[in-house]
Write a protein that binds this ligand. Structure first.
Ligand code: FES
Ligand SMILES: [Fe+2]
Length: 411
């Protein structure tokens, strides 16, 4: 893990020191060293950034039955997201109201009641404390419910927020809902999920995920079916493949966007000519598609939300990427592949075919982010300039990050 000796020490939490450090940031450039390496900065970011954002945390498809739950780890804070009723998902801080132990200790599970493993205080799915052994007569269980976390769902995708100080979720609901709904992720299943620990600061993981400047050199598997957006002619004129793509999407009743907000960015765009999906061979990964019927290249619907996620929905499957910050030098990437809920492995899809492209890409990106983090920690590091075109979304990410932090510092 990174040392904490760069600019801010763990004991120096003063806003003045932080404001000075953020004041040194130069637009269009990578951040000062301490912003990538300091644990004190990371601890500050948990309050200033991660507690004030909507975090993509999973899918209804991960909690299909009442009592199914998943957990999410935001720094030191654990959250449990649980299907509370047929039509309702709730989230709680995964911390017992007795002496604070973690209640759910695995990534996912299923329970009719949430029982703390320490002294068996027991909560129902609405978070009410329903059992606490040998407590005094004046003990009020009603004052010891699980503490709720905001939880919203759009087109089957679950978002959580750790505080009230977050943007209006309806902006994303309005933008993403109609674009993603045809992919019917509410009737999908998670065919595969993987957690990839990356020993790099979360911002380096996300900067890497926001650009394709590195794709031609580092991602041969991705570029077997993904159109490299940094190719010279990509944005020039209105090429025929783009005209054909737009027509195919209209014929399929799809909305392409773009739709942008201060904290999200959504666009459906073409993949390579002659390929049907983001797979190594370009063939559909699943014979039972998410969008039934229709023909032609409908590309991929990519949505990205700040600070920590991007996703792709195709005709046949969807892939989602969540980056969960653990400490200044550790990020857990959660990758998930979704297919139609009735698709059968071995009949409709093969897991290796479905996952190979992003497994290879994620492994390569892990190496790139970790290598970046190693270099950033050295005495020779000074902030460098981003490419204005090919790293535009990285510039947008850093601008959003700095705006978010400054709005917290100057409250
Ligand atoms: S800490 Fe949970 S029951 Fe004691
Ligand atoms: Fe990459």
């Amino acid at each position: 893990m990174a040392g904490c000796s760069h600019g801010i020490t763990p004991t120096d939490h003063s806003f003045t020191a932080l404001a000075d450090l953020y004041g040194k940031c130069q637009r269009g450039h990578t951040l000062p060293q301490a912003l990538y390496t300091s644990q004190a900065v990371f601890d500050f970011e948990m309050k200033a950034v991660f507690a004030r954002a909507w975090l993509q945390a999973g899918h209804l498809a991960e909690v299909p039955r009442v009592g199914d739950y998943i957990t999410a780890q935001v720094g030191k804070t654990s959250v449990v997201i649980i299907r509370e009723a047929e039509s309702s998902v709730r989230a709680y801080f995964n911390t017992c109201r007795h002496r604070g132990a973690l209640i759910c200790t695995s990534d996912k599970g299923s329970a009719r009641r949430l029982v703390c493993p320490y002294h068996q205080w027991t909560y129902d799915l609405k978070g009410n404390l329903i059992f606490a052994r040998n407590m005094p007569a004046d003990f009020d269980p009603g004052r010891h419910s699980l503490i709720p976390v905001h939880c919203e769902v759009v087109a089957g995708v679950i978002f959580i927020a750790l505080s009230d100080d977050v943007p209006d979720f309806s902006e994303l609901r309005r933008a993403l809902g109609p674009m993603l709904a045809p992919h019917d992720l509410e009737n999908a299943k998670v065919a595969h999920a993987a957690v990839l620990p990356e020993y790099a600061n979360w911002k380096l993981v996300m900067e890497n995920g926001r650009e394709c400047y590195h794709c031609s050199a580092r991602h041969p598997e991705l570029l077997s079916s993904f159109r490299d957006p940094t190719e010279d002619d990509y944005f020039e004129g209105l090429p025929q493949w783009m005209v054909d793509f737009e027509a195919t999407c209209r014929a399929n009743g799809l909305i392409n966007g773009p739709a942008e907000g201060a904290w999200f960015d959504i666009l459906r765009f073409p993949i390579k000519d002659g390929v049907d999906s983001l797979t190594l061979d370009g063939r559909l990964a699943c014979a039972k598609p998410l969008i039934p019927g229709g023909e032609g290249n409908i590309g991929t619907l990519r949505w990205a939300t700040e600070p920590s996620a991007f996703s792709h929905a195709l005709r046949d499957h969807a892939f989602t990427f969540e980056a969960w910050p653990i400490d200044a030098g550790t990020t857990h990437v959660r990758a998930k592949w979704l297919v139609h809920k009735d698709a059968l492995e071995g009949r409709d899809y093969e897991l290796a075919h479905l996952t190979a492209l992003w497994n290879a890409t994620n492994d390569q990106d892990k190496w790139l982010a970790e290598n970046n983090f190693l270099g950033v920690q050295g005495a020779g590091y000074v902030p460098g300039p981003y490419s204005q075109n090919d790293e535009k979304k990285v510039i947008d990410f850093v601008d959003w990050y700095l705006d978010t932090v400054r709005s917290y510092l100057h409250r």
